[in-house]
Design a protein around this ligand. Structure first.
Ligand code: ATP
Length: 563
């Protein structure tokens, strides 16, 4: 991870790369004027080639910068920087200076599976609060999806990228390109899929899709291509979330059904209305809109289509069912057939005219092997295959710090273009603390060390006047030191012996003191030697145990010169 080091607008220092999305690279940065940490989104320079996009982007970023709400990632500034490419040409690179959010993307949270209903409701309430505020300010988000919702470490919900989708879809990009840039079509409303005008209710549909995914762990419609997914948003009925996750209450099923109504007039009309029903559902009551309404909104769970052909097959089957089961008046049958033809024509137009003309293929991608690369190189390799990357740090015993350890989905798996790949980057070996095992028997101490993730090393013995045999005197490294997980810890244990010094030449009282300090004892009956030549201190002439290692508390007999 290299620091870019550039200064944008003479003020924002571009730091380490922290993420790469479908349309941008995101770096940590510093606002040098205010000395604060910011996130810097550098938009792909290919987008900046279109002057209409640049104008629209500036306007939208300015509108977003006017919004200040705790549930919205603050936009502080936006602009363009002239960049000289390798061939010496100057190009404009748009950038956005945002509040830095220390947290996780909702898409990464959902990757772990369905959330508890209460948590899903709490997060969606945050999203709806943000939408209520932005819709009042006249800003429609247009790209509400788990990849634009962050959850801070304290659990706060923050929605980002207001207005950016508008800048993209209003420039000369095709629908297929827009889909590829903005990610999958999973969160598109029916009106977006049909290329119609959008309004605040479009965001509420997408919020309904996000709620569905939080409750079930998967979006309501899946398919191999954006077209197959968009088709289902227009014409298929979503399953009840409770048919996928039985912990979801009927009340929440009803809220999701209303949010996902195909006709925007059947949906929640405002974010506040949606939030109100969520609160009612969370309290265990059924929202006011009636059960009969719910029955109309949900059909039987549709099979998961794998492509446009399957979608068409399903469509013709539906037609057959309409004819045989309900027997509606002929005029309705013909109206139904007509609308089906219109949809098929729209999809065919999209498939055969727009998608091939764009340089963004819609087939699936294989996740490449990127372990061992830096995040920067890995995300570039993913971007080559139209895949986005999110960085998640994790300790690794084997992979060097700063290098990719693994991905989710793993390499070799096939995914749709625009899919977010979680890229795990090594923070080096996990740090563990050496437990304090002094005064513990060696067997207990060794168990404590292995239990704390370290390896047992050499055991050496050392004399100790007081500590019992095979009890730990100290470790190396000593207790409370932080070390790499798996480090080897050496032990020094008591030998149960003590060093007896040479006592000859010492007076009896000096010898008593010396031995006491070593937890040894001088005999109570030292033997006098009268044959020697008397000296003033009556020195010891011999000792019963030779100097050296002796068991603790040994008693030493001595002979002293009494003269
Ligand atoms: N304000 C922020 N604070 C901290 N990290 C951020 C911030 N914005 C983005 N990121 C990180 O950068 C990554 C890429 O950002 P993001 O998904 O917004 O890019 P994008 O190009 O807008 O993607 P897309 O449009 O495909 O969703 C995110 O997954 C996230 O990890």
């Amino acid at each position: 991870m290299t620091d870019d080091g550039r200064l944008l607008a003479g003020r924002y220092r571009v730091g380490e790369l922290i993420g790469r999305g479908g349309m941008s690279e995101v770096h940590l940065g510093t606002d040098t004027r205010l000395s604060r940490t910011v996130a810097i989104k550098l938009l792909k320079s290919s987008l900046a080639l279109d002057p209409a996009f640049r104008t629209r982007f500036r306007q939208e970023a300015q509108a977003a910068a006017r919004m200040a709400h705790p549930t919205i990632v603050r936009v502080f500034d936006a602009g363009e920087e002239t960049v000289t490419d390798t061939s010496g040409h100057d190009t404009q690179q748009p950038f956005i200076i945002m509040e830095y959010v220390d947290g996780r993307m909702l898409k990464d949270v959902i990757r772990g599976g369905a959330l508890e209903s209460s948590e899903a409701v709490r997060i969606l309430e945050g999203v709806l609060t943000a939408l209520e505020y932005s819709h009042r300010a006249g800003v429609v988000h247009r790209d509400i999806k788990p990849g634009n919702i962050m959850i801070t470490k304290s659990g706060q919900v923050k929605v980002m990228d207001f207005g950016i989708a508008r800048a993209i879809s209003d420039s000369s990009t095709t629908v297929a390109q827009t889909t590829a840039i903005l990610g999958t079509a999973s969160y598109f409303s029916p009106e977006q899929a049909k290329g119609e005008l959008v309004d605040a209710r479009t965001d509420l549909y997408s919020a309904g899709v996000v709620l569905f995914e939080m409750l079930t762990g998967r979006p309501p419609f899946r398919g191999d291509t954006p077209v197959a997914v968009a088709y289902q948003h227009v014409s298929e009925t979503a399953s009840k979330p409770s048919s996928i996750n039985q912990n979801v209450s009927p009340a929440l099923d009803m809220v999701v059904a209303k949010a996902l109504a195909k006709d925007r007039f059947d949906r929640y009309q405002t974010a506040a209305e949606f939030r109100g029903d969520l609160e009612i559902a969370a309290s265990g009551k059924l929202p006011i809109h009636k059960q009969s309404e719910e029955a109309n909104l949900f059909g039987t769970p549709p099979p998961i289509t794998t492509g446009t052909e399957l979608a068409f097959k399903q469509l013709s089957e539906d037609q057959r069912m309409v004819r045989t089961q309900r027997r509606p008046p002929a005029i309705w049958v013909w109206a139904g057939i007509l609308s089906v033809i219109v949809i098929i024509a729209a999809v065919m137009f999209w498939v055969f005219n727009l998608a091939p003309s764009s340089d963004i293929p819609s087939s699936s991608r294989e996740v490449p092997s990127i372990t061992g690369l830096t995040f920067e190189d890995a995300s570039a390799k993913l971007a080559d295959r139209d895949l986005s990357a999110t960085q998640v740090p994790e300790p690794s015993a084997t992979v060097e710090k700063g290098k990719v350890t693994r991905t989710d989905p793993p390499s070799g798996e096939t995914v749709a273009p625009g899919t977010y790949i979680t890229v795990y980057v090594s923070t080096g070996k996990e740090q563990v603390t050496v437990p304090d095992v002094t005064n513990k028997p060696i067997a207990d101490a060794q168990a404590a060390i292995t239990g704390a993730g370290m390896a047992v090393g050499a055991v050496s013995k050392e004399n100790s006047p007081t500590i019992a045999t095979d009890v730990v005197l100290r470790t190396n490294p000593v207790g409370a030191t932080a070390v790499d997980s798996g480090s080897t810890i050496d032990f020094v244990v008591s030998s149960g012996l003590v060093t007896l010094p040479d006592l000859t030449g010492q007076s009896l009282s000096a010898a008593t003191d010396i031995l006491q300090g070593s937890n040894l004892q001088l005999t109570a009956n030292p033997k006098p030697d009268t044959s020697c030549k008397q000296k003033p201190n009556q020195p010891i002439t011999s000792q019963s145990i030779a100097p050296g290692d002796v068991p603790q508390k040994s008693t030493v007999d001595v002979v002293y010169c009494s003269g």
